[in-house]
Design a protein around this ligand. Structure first.
Ligand SMILES: NC(=O)c1ccc[n+]([C@@H]2O[C@H](COP(=O)([O-])OP(=O)(O)OC[C@H]3O[C@@H](n4cnc5c(N)ncnc54)[C@H](O)[C@@H]3O)[C@@H](O)[C@H]2O)c1
Length: 321
């Protein structure tokens, strides 16, 4: 069953004050079928200030870790985009328990509130299968048929992956028990304007600005997905939410070594002549990550469109303004 346009009349976005969530809200505001958007995030989210005066936006400040938070959620939402989570690689190491609980409870609580009522898109991550690729020879590019795994419960690197996987299990369990129509989207290295600082791109740009041209894990490769592409795939996934819970890998097909991505960034910063110092990868870091997004192309009629160099130019322009 493909859900009708009405499903987007009153979407609720958790993590709406986050990087991807705020871009999703902007895109939903562009749509004439969306009457009101419920934007849920922790109190005092800076990005949500932009939307506060918009009559089509209702900002709801809630900590979704608490079970009672569901009393503050609206009953007339028509679908949920469940994006709330705590990510950022440095936190996986420094606050693994907080990462774990903050990535699970918001998902459980939206299921408790809406599981019997409306469709849900759950935002998962390529991290859920990263260990399979590294340790068990999982195919690259990687499709949705890959078996998820985590390498070790003792390495805090995997706190986030385990939590995202638990979210996938929770979503699928809701579909079985309550008949919820769901889709799972697994994002692959999303980047773009206002992405915060705890990612390779802003980190590298910040250090390059201060004269440090250092790349960690330079020979690893990634396919960076522009956030504007990511939100289009996310919206498409709500129309294909089903009890059978399809998973979609949303990623770019433009694989780049981190070193080559760094060189493009330096070129676009006008620093293309600088020599890059190579620093070894961190423990548990994934050597190669590329999505096979053929299923999203076939079912959602979605594929990434924004070239990395163009996306970086746009990112740098947005940082300068
Ligand atoms: N950015 C990526 O490359 C990427 C890759 C894979 C998956 N994802 C997933 O996509 C989603 C969005 O990622 P993002 O990069 O925008 O992250 P983000 O950290 O920018 O946004 C997440 C938002 O969730 C909110 N949040 C966290 N805990 C909450 C709670 N208890 N109650 C209410 N709100 C809470 C945060 O305040 C934040 O605004 C996450 O679920 C993440 O796991 C992102």
């Amino acid at each position: 069953m493909v859900l009708t346009e009405k499903v987007l009349q009153k979407p609720l976005v958790t993590g709406a004050g986050g990087f991807i969530g705020s871009h999703l809200v902007r895109e939903l505001l562009n749509r004439s079928d969306t009457q009101v958007i419920y934007c849920v995030d922790l109190p005092n989210s800076k990005r949500l200030k932009e939307f506060e005066s918009n009559p089509r936006v209702k900002v709801i400040e809630l900590n979704l870790n608490s079970e009672s938070s569901i009393d503050g959620l609206p009953s007339d939402a028509t679908c949920v985009f469940a994006l709330a989570a705590l990510n950022g690689t440095s936190r996986f190491y420094s606050k693994p328990f907080t990462v774990f609980e903050s990535s699970i409870f918001p998902t459980l609580n939206v299921i408790r509130k809406y599981g019997e009522l409306i469709p849900i898109v759950y935002s998962s991550s390529s991290e859920v299968y990263a260990s399979t690729v590294t340790n068990f020879g999982g195919a690259i590019p990687t499709s949705e048929s890959v078996i998820p795994s985590i390498e070790s419960i003792h390495n805090p690197r995997w706190s986030y992956a385990a939590a995202k996987l638990a979210g996938e299990v929770a979503i699928n369990s809701a579909a079985i028990e309550f008949g919820t129509n769901c889709s799972i989207v697994r994002y692959h290295n999303v980047y773009g304007p206002d992405m915060g600082s705890d990612h390779f791109i802003p980190d590298f740009v910040g250090r390059a600005k201060s004269g440090v041209f250092e790349v960690i894990g330079a020979l690893e490769s990634r396919a960076f997905l522009n956030v504007l592409d990511a939100v289009q795939g996310t919206i498409a996934a709500i129309y294909h939410a089903k009890e059978s819970v399809p998973i979609y890998h949303l990623g770019s097909n433009q694989e780049l070594r981190i070193l080559d991505a760094a060189q493009i960034i330096l070129d676009e910063m006008g620093l293309g002549d600088k020599e890059i110092n190579l620093v070894p990868s961190r423990e548990g870091s994934v050597a190669r990550r590329v999505s096979d997004s053929a299923k999203a192309k076939e079912v959602l009629k979605w594929e990434s469109k924004i070239d990395f160099r163009a996306g970086i130019r746009n990112y740098l322009d947005s940082e300068a303004s």
